[in-house]
Design a binder for this molecule. Structure first.
Ligand SMILES: [Zn+2]
Length: 267
């Protein structure tokens, strides 16, 4: 009984030394290669199960925005081209996966009024990838599988900043996969990283605030407690809009209007 705890602790000590760009300590037990493989496999699966849009204007628009964003993603996150697919589905959703994969549902294009707002969405999703959030979630899941008792002991030993994540990872009935809702700290980090990224890519960073206001409106109009899909996996609230507004002076420093990619949203 003692051995797994010792092994687990050693594992944590070895892997807990990294931190995210906002300074959050991270526990990551998987290699980038493993994550890339999982991302690619999940993406292939999605492509088999969900219809893909063949509308040229829509694909050109999404590709144009995605290209502008991914150009500014460090090579250490993904080398080479990103694969961008527009799924023909009314779902208000989008995602990015390790291994350079981006999926955008046509449903979300009804909420994004222009290239800047789509830039905010793709920036946010790629932000999750840049900050290795899938790795953290899968690591939490792995620790959960290694046993409640051992993991509880490990929590006591881990950096206190990680405790929230670890405790969440221990929660009953939590299901971790590559595509799943993120926790509040991940959402907040993706918002900040995403806003900087969209600004660097030539998109007006204040569009991120307008986007979430649109999302909130959509959620309010969609009937009794039935939020749009993107809202349900990306809990939006006043805190998020407030944080994006507070961060705006920082991201504006990265924003150069001359950089604007001029991606045209089809009418
Ligand atoms: Zn998110």
């Amino acid at each position: 009984m003692k051995l797994p705890i010792i092994m687990l602790s050693a594992l944590i000590v070895l892997s807990a030394c990294s931190s995210s760009s906002t300074g959050r300590k991270q526990v990551m037990l998987f290699s980038d290669t493993e994550l890339d493989k999982m991302g690619a496999a999940s993406f292939d699966d999605m492509k088999k199960k969900t219809p893909i849009s063949s509308d040229k204007a829509t694909n050109d628009f999404v590709q144009c925005v995605a290209n502008a964003i991914t150009k500014n993603v460090p090579q250490s996150v993904h080398k080479g081209n990103w694969e961008v697919v527009v799924f023909d589905s009314s779902q208000v959703n989008a995602f990015a996966l390790p291994g350079g994969k981006i999926g955008v549902y046509t449903g979300i294009l009804n909420v994004t009024e222009n290239q800047d707002q789509l830039g905010a969405i793709i920036g946010h999703e790629v932000g999750h990838v840049i900050e290795h959030h899938s790795n953290e979630r899968l690591s939490a899941s792995k620790l959960q599988n290694m046993g409640m008792a051992a993991a509880t002991a490990a929590v006591g030993m881990a950096d206190i900043e990680n405790k929230g994540l670890w405790m969440a990872g221990l929660g009953v009935g939590l299901q971790y996969g590559v595509i799943m809702p993120y926790g509040r700290s991940h959402e907040s980090e993706a918002d900040i990283v995403g806003q900087d990224l969209m600004a660097k890519s030539g998109f007006e960073p204040s569009a991120s605030i307008k986007l979430w206001q649109n999302m909130a409106k959509l959620s309010a109009n969609s009937g009794k407690g039935a939020p749009a899909e993107f809202m349900s996996t990306h809990p939006s609230n006043e805190t998020r809009i407030k944080q994006l507004s507070e961060h705006l002076p920082v991201s504006m420093k990265y924003y150069q209007t001359g950089n604007n990619p001029k991606c045209k949203k089809p009418s």
